[in-house]
Design a protein around this ligand. Sequence first.
Ligand code: HEM
Length: 445
Amino acid sequence: MSKRHLPPGPRHPFLPGGALLEQLRDSLGFLQRTARDHGDLTYFRVGFDHVALFNHPDLVEEVLVTRAKEFEPAQVMVEAQRVIGKVLLTAEGDLHRRQRRLLQHAFMRENIREYAPEMVRHAVQARNRWNADEPLDMAHEMMRLTLGIASQTLFGVDIEDSATEFSAAFNEAAWYVGMMSYIPHGGALSHLPLPGMRHFHQASERLHAAAADVIARRRKLGEKRGDLLSMLIHSHEAGGPTADVEIGNEVLAILMAGHETTARCLTWTWYLLSQHPEVEARWHAEIDALGGRPPTVDDVPNLRYTEMIVAESLRIFPPIFSLERRATADYPVRDYVVPAGTTVIVSPFVMHRTPAWFPDPEKFDPERMTPEARAARPRYSYFPFGGGQRQCVGEPFAWTEASLVLTTLGQKWRPRLVPGHPIVPEPMMTLRPRDGLPMTLEARR
Ligand code: HEM
């Protein structure tokens, strides 16, 4: 066979925008159907974009690890730079490597040990604030909690109370970034006086004001601690007038990357636990073995079933549902060539629901996540934290936070879904329950 063929995939000969409408209406369903009907290497058009979906563990490993150099950040990251500049999340090459070396330090095991008591303290505060008479929106509660934890542990100030405004501004900016990435040179529109653009600029300003507030409050506190903010300030000490803007961008990016993802993971986990009382009962037995005292970081390795539950929740509802890259040159793969400039998608959501790796994929079954079961599957059949040089730098933070927060809250409360509430996964910047997660609380003790 000639090496010049495009991979198979849905073709829309009469629609110049290809799968744009389907993609906008139900992007994850569309990707799942494409992989199911056309195989694990597919190619199609979305608007002006040429897109390939790679849905085999070996292909994912190529994109993220072994052939990562053949890709650059996708358009969505280029657009994101309009909000947060070139920070760890969006930078490439040497700048990315430098930023990563600097920030990695804050996520090392010793530092996470120091953050753990703050994680538990925030969760204790939440469980004491909750009461059995009032339903709450668990999606919002988890955002509030993780924003408080990330801002306190990494930057030394607690902005939990700003969670509502921060999330609203973040969602507006994220919506813009998503939309602009569909349009070639779409970012140029941001310079035009269009009504939507005004909202975007306002949202972006609100986010930057929040970051500036974190830095100002922290500077007022004065002490030079070894947390992430002091590292950032220190690294920019000779940085001149742009330093505060750059530090602000990095603060914003970490808050954005670090709180919403974990909040979604926790939210989906509460939902799944509420639907599977047998799993929940076994989980209660594990956390009740602590005898009611709040957990510490030393308990985390023993909270094995908690970890399996979180891992399985990240399989079914991966907060980062797809990762995108752009091929810098023609990319030969198997018997095909993916053309230069194509957006290549590898999707944890689609892969984690592929029956070849996870039979009966919709079923919530933490037993899939025993160390033995995991070792029996290919490495990149499961990648909620990505992989390779851009693998989530906050992964150890996230695992510790998830275990400690779930345990602390679960010791006191048993959240139940408000009956009849629809649960529809919605892929915005992260995968979230479209209509929130209203829950009532049963007291456990
Ligand atoms: C359950 C929680 C989390 C999930 C599912 C998650 C997922 C991911 C994924 C998939 C990536 C790779 C993106 C790509 O390759 O394009 C990533 C990158 C990143 N994550 Fe996370 N993340 C989580 C928690 C966190 C936390 C708690 C922090 C920080 C406090 C964080 C900070 C970052 C940063 C800075 C990057 C960019 C790394 C780089 O480009 O070198 N994440 N995350």
